[in-house]
Every structure is written in C-alpha cells, then in structure tokens.
Design a protein around this ligand. Structure first.
Ligand SMILES: Nc1ncnc2c1ncn2[C@@H]1O[C@H](COP(=O)(O)OP(=O)(O)O)[C@@H](O)[C@H]1O
Ligand SMILES: [Mg+2]
Length: 228
C-alpha cells in the first residue's frame, strides 16, 4: 500500500544542512493501522507530509498504491491525493464560513462528484454529528470539529488516511472518541490508517508502532501477519 524507501529530508539554512529525516524505510500493508510516534521535533510531521505527497524528500522514494509520488509533479501528486488520500490536520483546518456538511462535501465537489450532500449526511451520522450538519465550526467543540475533519478526510473514500496528532488539541474523553472512530473506520472501510502521535496511550492502541527519534526509525513493531 505504502512504501517509504530510504527517505531523507534536509533543510538548508545558510551553510548548515539540517537532516530532519535520515534514511527512513518501512512498508505499510493495505488495511493496517499504524502509529508513528516520537518526541516533539523528531520529524513526525515532516515524514507524514512526505508519505501523503504534500512534500517531496531530499533523497529516497515514496510509493503510494504503486505510484511513485516522490518523482511526480505537484499537479500529479495533487491528483493522487484527491483520488486516494485523506488527511486530518492537528488543527482541524475546517473552513470557518462553511457548515459542517459543506466542509465534508468540499473534497467531493473538487472531484465533481454527484451526491455530495447525501454522502456528507451519511458521514456526519457515522461520526455522531447528524444533528450538527448545519452548524459552523465555531459553534462546535474541539472534539466535534475534529470529527468533522475526519468525516471530511473520509468523504472521498481514501485508500489511505493520514492523521497528524488527531487528538493533540482534545481533552481525554474527546480524544478517546476520535481514536475509537478512526479504529472503526479503519475496520469497516478497510482504509489503511497512519497516525502520528506523541501520546503513548493513543499509540498503544495501534496494532503497529513505528518509533522515530532524531529523524531515524528506532523501533518498528512490524505488521502482524506480514513479514517486515
Ligand atoms: N520547513 C522547515 N525548515 C527548517 N526546519 C524545519 C522545517 N520543518 C521542520 N523543520 C525542523 O525539523 C524538525 C522536525 O520537525 P517536525 O517534523 O515538525 O517534528 P515533529 O512533528 O516530530 O514534532 C524540527 O527540528 C523542525 O524545527
Ligand atoms: Mg508534528
């Protein structure tokens, strides 16, 4: 489903080069639920951006569902993202002038798909927000906004969903609900899920953990039932 091959990401500032990711490699099988963990600054967000095709590596390759993202143009990567990828940002990033339902419909409208309103209603019901579909983000709690963001990320039926610290801005109870929802959608839709978190409790719920420290993989518990 997803191959990270010797990924390196460097940032240059003046004469100094900062290696943020160093030779990161792993394979994620279809349907897996993986948590990428590590302390703040270890390169988790940078890695997720590379995996989702939001950014390109300095060296190495990302192959998503057979497509080599790392050698594609920005336009081609955007097309693959629209077709295959869902992304949940830590800060939700809902559009404040759109209702919950309209936010969920955005990815479908970008693809010119019919039935967006119906699909949004179904998804909002799935995340427990059927009664909130006409509310604007500022009328929703943080946990509710994050659930709308998850519904939006699932609207295009992604084969793979990425979430960056999906519970980072939530209290324990809302965070728990968001994790349970991601697990349920992973199980029922078969979508592969890759989350980033520095929360050990959340990470322990994932069937597989990939631990980063200082830009390198220091542990990979591997995918159950698959050879790594
Ligand atoms: N655009 C950038 N330019 C320079 N340094 C960056 C940039 N983005 C991230 N970094 C640095 O890369 C390191 C890893 O950042 P990040 O991937 O956000 O880590 P994490 O998500 O694990 O906290 C940090 O030291 C950060 O300052
Ligand atoms: Mg981060």
């Amino acid at each position: 489903m997803l191959i990270a091959e010797s990924l390196t990401k460097e940032y240059r500032s003046g004469e100094r080069t900062l290696a943020v990711l160093k030779n990161v490699s792993f394979v994620v099988q279809p349907g897996e639920f993986v948590a990428i963990t590590g302390p703040s600054g270890s390169g988790k967000t940078t890695l997720l951006g590379l995996l989702a095709g939001l950014d390109t590596p300095s060296q190495g390759r990302v192959i998503l569902d057979g497509a080599e993202m790392s050698s594609m143009s920005e336009d081609d990567r955007a097309r693959i993202r629209s077709a295959k990828v869902g992304f949940v940002f830590q800060s939700f990033q809902l559009i404040s002038t759109l209702t919950a339902s309209e936010n969920v419909q955005v990815p479908l409208e970008l693809r010119g798909e019919a039935g967006a309103e119906r699909r949004a209603a179904d998804l909002l019901e799935r995340v427990g927000l059927a009664e909130r579909s006409t509310h604007f983000p500022m009328q929703l709690s943080g946990g509710e906004q994050q659930r709308v963001a998850i519904a939006r990320a699932f609207s295009n039926r992604p084969s793979i969903l990425f979430a960056d610290e999906p519970t980072g801005n939530l209290d324990a109870a809302s965070g728990e609900r968001v994790v349970a929802l991601l697990e349920e959608l992973n199980r029922e839709s078969g979508s592969t899920v890759v989350i980033v978190t520095h929360d050990a409790v959340l990470a322990s719920r994932a069937r597989r953990q990939i631990r980063l420290a200082d830009g390198a993989v220091i542990e990979d518990t591997g995918s159950a039932g698959h050879t790594v």
